[in-house]
Design a protein around this ligand. Structure first.
Ligand SMILES: Cc1cc2nc3c(=O)[nH]c(=O)nc-3n(C[C@H](O)[C@H](O)[C@H](O)COP(=O)(O)OP(=O)(O)OC[C@H]3O[C@@H](n4cnc5c(N)ncnc54)[C@H](O)[C@@H]3O)c2cc1C
Length: 422
C-alpha cells in the first residue's frame, strides 16, 4: 500500500464509490493513484452482507442519473435490478389538487428507476474491483481520524487495526456522510434546519402489480412516497415506502405491529395502489436540511451527504450528489489537461461554480415543497392545490417539473471525453 496519492476519497459509500468509479479512466490515462478509505468492512461483490451506506433503503434514480451511470459503465450490471418508474401520481390528502407525469409524454423509456441501495453498492464495488486494480487502493476498514492541510494537498491520519497510518494526497475528497466528524475538525461550518420529522421506510407487498407507478402523497403530518420495486423472487410485487412522520409520533409509529401499521397507512394513503397485505422491517431516519458553508478549500472538496442532506421526499439527494461527483471528475480531467495541480483553487473553484446553480435549485425546491406540503394552514393548502392543478393543466409548467425531476434540466457532466467545458 502507498501512503502518497493523487486523490484520497474518505468514505466508500454511494457517493465516494461513485466518484472513484468515475475517476478510473482518467486515472489510467494519466497514471494517477487513488485511495478510497472506508471505516466499515466493504462486502465482497457477491456477498449478501450490508454496509451502512448500502443498507435496506431504496433510491429513486432520475433518468439523468441512468445516463450518468451508463457513462460510468455501471448501468449494464444494474439494469436487471431496477424497477422503471413509468408514471408519477401526486396528490394532496383531503384536497382537490393532483397531477400526473407519464414517461411517454417526454419520449423517455422511464421517468426514473428504483434500486435497492445494496444493489447499487454491489454494482459500484464490482466495477472498482474489476477496473481498479493497480489504480485504486481500497484502504478498509480504516477510519480517518484527522485531516490537516499541507503546503500542497492534505495529510490524513487513519486508524487501521488499532494502528495509526499517515496518508498524503494532492486532493482529499470528504465523502464521509452526514455525520462527518472531520468537517468539525477542519472548522467547516454548516447550516442545519431540523424538519421535526423522521422518514420511516419499509417494503410493502400490495395485492396487485404496481404497474410501475410511483406515488407522492402529501398529508398534514408530512409527505409520503411509494416507489415501485422489482418483484421478489416469487414474482410477488413489492413497493418501497418513505413515510415522513412528525418527531412527536415516531415512537408510537415504530411500536405499531404490522397490522396496525398497514391500517394507519391505508388511512393516510388510501387504496390507490391496491391493498397492502404485508409490510417488512421498518427503519427510521431523522430528517434535516444540512448544507456546508464551504464546499472547497485548497486541496479539499466536500461531497455527498457530508456537503448536503435533503428531505428524501423529492428523491434528489443521491441524484444531486452524483452530478456533483461527476462534475468534479470532469473538472479534474480539465485540470490535468491544463497541467494544473488537482487541489488548486483554480480547478476547485470551477467545480463549485459549475455546480452551484444545480445545488441552489435542487436544495431550494425540495425544501420549499417539503414545507409547503407539510402543514395544513389555509394559505398553504390553497397555494399548493392551485399549484398542482395549474401544473396539471399547463404543459410548460409540467414539462419544467418533469425535466427537473428527471435531472434533465442541468448540463450533463462530460467526464470521459477528456475535454471538459473550458
Ligand atoms: C430515507 C431516505 C431515502 C432516500 N431516498 C433517496 C432517493 O430516493 N433518491 C435520492 O437521490 N436520494 C435519496 N436519499 C439520499 C441518499 O440516501 C444520500 O444522498 C446518500 O446515501 C449519500 O451517500 P454518501 O455516500 O454521501 O453518504 P453515506 O451513505 O453516509 O456514506 C458515507 C461513508 O463514509 C464512511 N465514513 C464516515 N466517516 C468516515 C471516516 N472518518 N473514515 C472513513 N470512512 C468514513 C461511512 O462508513 C460510509 O460508508 C434518501 C435518504 C434517506 C435518508
Amino acid at each position: 500500500m502507498n501512503s502518497q496519492y493523487d486523490i484520497a476519497i474518505i468514505g466508500g459509500g454511494m457517493v465516494g464509490a461513485s466518484l472513484a468509479v468515475s475517476l478510473l479512466p482518467a486515472a489510467r490515462k494519466h497514471g494517477l493513484k487513488l485511495a478510497v478509505i472506508e471505516a466499515f468492512v466493504m462486502p465482497e461483490p457477491s456477498s449478501k452482507e450490508l454496509q451502512p451506506s448500502y443498507d435496506a433503503r431504496s433510491t429513486a434514480l432520475s433518468y439523468g442519473t441512468r445516463k450518468l451511470l451508463e457513462q460510468m459503465g455501471v448501468w449494464s450490471s444494474l439494469a436487471g435490478q431496477v424497477s422503471a418508474i413509468g408514471r408519477i401520481k401526486v396528490s394532496d390528502r383531503g384536497h382537490f389538487g393532483a397531477t400526473r407525469l407519464d414517461a411517454r409524454d417526454y419520449a423517455v423509456p422511464a421517468l426514473g428507476y428504483v434500486v435497492e441501495n445494496r444493489s447499487l453498492g454491489q454494482a459500484l464495488l464490482e466495477k472498482l474491483h474489476q477496473d481498479g486494480e493497480g489504480v485504486v487502493d481500497m484502504i478498509c476498514p480504516a477510519e480517518v481520524t484527522e485531516a490537516k492541510p499541507l503546503g500542497k494537498g492534505m495529510c490524513l491520519q487513519a486508524e487501521v487495526d488499532g494502528e495509526q497510518i499517515e496518508i498524503e494526497a494532492g486532493l482529499v475528497v470528504m465523502a464521509d456522510g452526514g455525520r462527518s466528524t472531520l468537517r468539525e475538525g477542519l472548522g467547516i461550518d454548516y447550516r442545519q434546519q431540523d424538519y421535526g420529522q423522521f422518514a420511516v421506510i419499509a417494503n410493502l407487498t400490495p395485492d396487485r402489480p404496481h404497474d410501475h407507478v410511483a406515488y407522492e402523497r402529501f398529508t398534514a403530518e408530512g409527505p409520503m412516497a411509494l416507489l415501485p420495486l422489482t418483484d421478489d423472487g416469487d414474482g410477488q410485487a413489492r413497493c418501497a415506502l418513505v413515510w415522513s412522520v412528525p418527531e412527536t409520533d415516531i415512537d408510537e409509529v415504530l411500536a405499531w405491529n404490522d397490522e396496525q401499521f398497514i391500517d394507519r397507512l391505508h388511512q393516510q394513503f388510501g387504496y390507490r395502489a391496491g391493498a397492502f397485505v404485508a409490510v417488512g422491517e421498518r427503519h427510521c431516519y431523522p430528517l434535516k436540511l444540512t448544507r456546508v458553508q464551504e464546499q472547497v478549500r485548497q486541496g479539499l472538496v466536500v461531497l455527498g451527504n457530508a456537503a448536503h442532506t435533503l428531505h428524501p421526499i423529492a428523491g434528489q439527494g443521491f441524484n444531486l450528489a452524483l452530478r456533483g461527483a461527476l462534475t468534479l471528475s470532469e473538472v479534474l480531467l480539465q485540470a490535468l489537461a491544463d497541467k494544473q495541480p488537482l487541489g488548486s483553487m483554480q480547478a476547485l473553484g470551477r467545480f463549485q461554480s459549475q455546480l452551484s446553480w444545480d445545488q441552489e435549485k435542487t436544495i431550494g425546491f425540495s425544501d420549499q415543497v417539503t414545507k409547503l406540503f407539510s402543514n395544513n394552514n389555509s394559505a398553504s393548502v390553497v397555494a399548493r392545490n392551485i399549484g398542482l392543478v395549474t401544473m396539471d393543466l399547463l404543459p410548460p409548467a409540467k414539462q419544467w417539473f418533469a425535466l427537473s425531476a428527471m435531472g434533465l434540466d442541468v448540463p450533463e457532466p462530460q467526464f470521459f471525453s477528456g475535454g471538459g467545458r473550458g
